[in-house]
Design a protein around this ligand. Structure first.
Ligand SMILES: Nc1ncnc2c1ncn2[C@@H]1O[C@H](COP(=O)(O)OP(=O)(O)OP(=O)(O)O)[C@@H](O)[C@H]1O
Ligand SMILES: [Mg+2]
Length: 249
């Protein structure tokens, strides 16, 4: 009996460990009184290691608010958030900044690269904050840029690169501290179809190599690669289901 009990609790701990993120009744409220908006309304959600999730929903449904909470760029008004097993809901801004740097990779619609730094320097920057040694930083940055097919553009500045190439630099930057989770908010929103396909392909490869991804997207193409589609409406999750891509072929 005792052994059975221990087994059950061990497997419970195991399941807990594998949840990269767990949101427990999370809300984010903006404003007060008449002007109050519940941008995220009592959301509970677990995402496990290796999952590739798309978050979809109409404009204003709360996708970016949710991503900012998951990304530790913002704190919930109420509820608990566990990232990689650690409760982060009420940590100070400086602790959150450290967690972002070590555990999370971000990709935004507008790339958000530093214009005066080269591709290589942009990718090196998060490792400087993380205290990675000089020669290792350079090696890892070159490898990350090679992984996104930009080995021949290391010394170009963002203004000398196409939108799709800039987004690939941003992906390399997001990966370079080996995050537990890659978060992307409309990563192909500013790109033409062909460049968008390259980004989609890179995400698919990252998923195949074991990365956990959450991608907010209006694109059916991007969403079709994910295994799990989460639909938001009015700050709530109204649908959470496996996509055709999740079904083994
Ligand atoms: N800083 C803020 N202050 C007040 N209200 C905000 C703020 N940020 C977002 N909101 C409101 O919260 C709601 C959700 O916004 P959010 O940006 O999360 O939507 P979204 O789903 O990302 O939309 P889109 O597809 O247009 O990017 C909207 O009603 C928005 O007006
Ligand atoms: Mg948004």
């Amino acid at each position: 009996m005792i052994r059975l009990g221990m087994g059950a609790s061990n497997s419970g701990i195991e399941a807990e460990r594998q949840a990269v993120i767990r949101l427990d009744n999370i809300s984010r409220v903006y404003g007060q009184g008449e002007a109050m908006i519940r941008a995220c309304d009592r959301i509970s959600l677990s995402i496990h290691a290796g999952e590739y999730c798309a978050i979809i929903g109409q404009s204003g449904s709360g996708k970016s608010t949710l991503m900012n909470l998951i990304g530790c760029l913002d704190r919930p008004t109420s509820g608990r958030y566990y990232l990689d097993g650690v409760e982060v809901s009420q940590l100070s801004k400086s602790r959150l900044a450290r967690i972002r740097n070590r555990k999370l990779g971000f990709v935004f619609q507008r790339y958000e690269l530093l214009p005066n730094l080269t591709a290589l320097e942009n990718v090196i920057l998060p490792m400087m904050y993380a205290g990675v040694g000089h020669s290792l930083r350079r090696k890892r940055a070159e490898y990350a840029l090679q992984r996104v097919g930009l080995s021949d553009r290391l010394h170009k500045k963002p203004g000398q690169l196409s939108g799709g190439q800039q987004q690939r630099v941003a992906i390399a930057r997001a990966l370079v501290n080996r995050p537990v989770l890659l978060l992307a908010d409309e990563p192909t929103g500013a790109l033409d179809t062909q460049s968008a396909q390259v980004i989609t392909q890179i995400f698919d490869e990252l998923h195949a190599s074991g990365m956990t991804l959450i991608v907010i997207t209006h694109s059916q193409e991007v969403a079709s690669y994910s295994q799990r589609m989460i639909r938001m409406s009015d700050g709530r999750i109204v649908d959470d289901s496996a996509t055709p891509a999740a079904i083994p072929r």
